[in-house]
Design a protein around this ligand. Structure first.
Ligand code: BES
Ligand code: MN
Ligand code: MN
Length: 457
């Protein structure tokens, strides 16, 4: 639509400068030291929603970080699009690996570098600017509602209750989310699934205090050695996970589904080169796309214990710890898997140590339909702006609240993400290509338009 194009090209700099201001706010949800920044960011999002054309917008307090809610209702008889995103970001560490400050956005080679540039401030803000375009050109096609939360990166602990408490207010026809990635600008894609997550912390305790490793070593079990062995045993020689019952509920794909999944453009050599690895790794019998998309995994996220300071200290530590997360696929359930893991980890512990297993936040896997009006609207919107029809893919990441949109509100989701896998989300030098940012802003109004048209039947 010409009016949209004109408005966007006239406001390109404004759209960028506003994103830069948002990225300057260090809204790190995991760090209490940033609580004020996080609150300030919520306020900024609310103001942005109002400026874009929402009739109302509100910062809703929760037991944790606030949720921003906004809406523009143009005609109750029209369909309603509920846009979800998050304004919180991951901690920026390790700081010394950033080329410039994580909260001092820098533009190089047409990419904007900052924590949250892609995940998810940049992607969330595309929807705010898309509303501005539709509003300013008098072309808002659907009612719009926004939930922009501040706790996605810490498990969305308070959003579930917000959905329960606001069922009426959140009535909608579809949830639209840009918080995932696509293959590339040449190969646009839509993720049609997200993995779930079960996140555990384990502690292995040996002697009741740190010991001299010469005086006691050899006669007393070293918890680091024991933990290492236990961890090593969690995968077998086929890199299959050994936790009893782990695969019991895993849905296997049909040959046809596997073929479709593997027909997505993917070059293993390029993948390895880009990551600086000589060989890839994973469960025997599956391709890299399957291993990250439709198979469950178990990963060590951190491991510590003993002396890691300067120089050498001869110590036999009293305990060792690790953080372990498992990515889940349909029909695995995060609590069931946490329970199986706890049972298994206790079972494999030798008598010379005690173990303690605790469960952190988790989330359930989801698969989104590809035969719905909403998916078809997204497909057509992307085809319009990319001149190429998007490929359905399965994403490896997790967005725990998506399963609850369905469970609590009965709403399906479309994951129309515009990030790239190499955007360095959660890593140093996170970036978002400006081409993707602008393309996203261009595409979203078409989604609203086509969703309204196709909903008429
Ligand atoms: N936006 C990501 C999830 C994502 C990234 C999905 C790329 C698909 C492709 C989200 O912000 C995230 O990081 N989720 C966490 C889970 C959360 C409970 C901390 C994750 O996937 O580790
Ligand atoms: Mn995200
Ligand atoms: Mn994230």
């Amino acid at each position: 639509m010409q009016a949209w194009k004109d408005y966007q090209s006239q406001h390109q700099d404004k759209f960028l400068n506003e994103l830069i201001e948002l990225l300057k706010i260090p809204s790190v949800s995991a760090m209490p030291a940033h609580n004020e920044d996080t609150a300030r960011c919520a306020e900024a999002v609310k103001q942005a929603l109002l400026a874009a054309g929402c009739d109302t917008a509100e910062v809703c307090a929760t037991a944790g970080h606030p949720i921003v809610y906004g809406e523009k209702i143009i005609d109750p008889s029209l369909p309603t699009v509920l846009t979800y995103g998050h304004y919180d970001v991951q901690p920026p560490d390790p700081l010394d690996l950033w080329t410039s400050g994580p909260f001092e956005p820098r533009i190089t080679d047409g990419k904007i570098y900052a924590r949250g540039a892609c995940d998810d401030k940049g992607q969330m803000f595309m929807h705010v600017k898309a509303l501005e375009i539709m509003n300013q050109t008098g072309t808002v096609a659907c009612n719009v509602k926004f939930i922009i939360e501040g706790e996605e990166e810490v498990g969305s602990t308070n959003l579930g209750k917000f959905l329960e408490d606001n069922k009426d207010r959140l009535k909608a026809d579809i949830v639209l989310v840009s918080d995932t990635s696509m293959i590339s600008m040449e190969h646009p894609s839509i993720e049609t699934g997200l993995r779930g997550l079960a996140y555990m912390e384990v502690e292995v305790v040996g002697p009741n205090r740190d010991l001299h490793s010469g005086v006691y070593g050899g006669a007393v079990a070293n918890p680091i050695t024991i933990l290492s062995k236990m961890i090593a045993s969690l995968h077998d020689e086929n890199n299959h996970i050994t936790v009893q019952g782990f695969y019991d509920k895993v849905q296997n794909l049909t040959d046809e589904e596997r073929k479709a999944l593997n027909s997505a453009p993917f070059d293993l050599q390029e993948y390895k080169d880009e990551l600086g690895i000589r060989e890839d790794w994973g469960e025997t019998g599956y391709t890299a796309l399957e291993r990250t998309g439709v198979r469950p995994t178990l990963e060590l996220n951190g491991i510590w214990g003993g002396y890691i300071g300067e120089g050498a200290k001869t110590v036999l530590p009293s305990k060792a710890n690790a953080k372990i997360s498992m990515r889940l696929v349909p029909d695995q359930n995060s609590h069931e898997i946490a329970e199986l893991f706890t049972k298994h980890f206790n079972q494999i512990a030798p008598g010379c140590v005690k173990v303690k297993v605790t469960e952190h936040h988790g989330g359930e896997p989801v698969v989104t339909p590809t035969n719905s009006i909403a998916y078809k609207a997204a497909e057509k919107a992307i085809t319009t702006t990319f001149n190429k029809s998007p490929i359905p893919t399965r994403g490896g990441g997790s967005i725990p609240i998506i399963a609850l949109f369905e469970k609590t509100l009965g709403l399906k989701t479309v994951l129309m993400g515009f990030g790239l896998d190499n955007d360095n989300i959660h890593s140093p030098n996170e970036k978002f290509d400006l081409a993707n940012y602008y393309k996203g802003i261009e595409t979203i109004p078409y989604f609203h338009l086509y969703f309204a048209e196709m909903s008429k039947g």
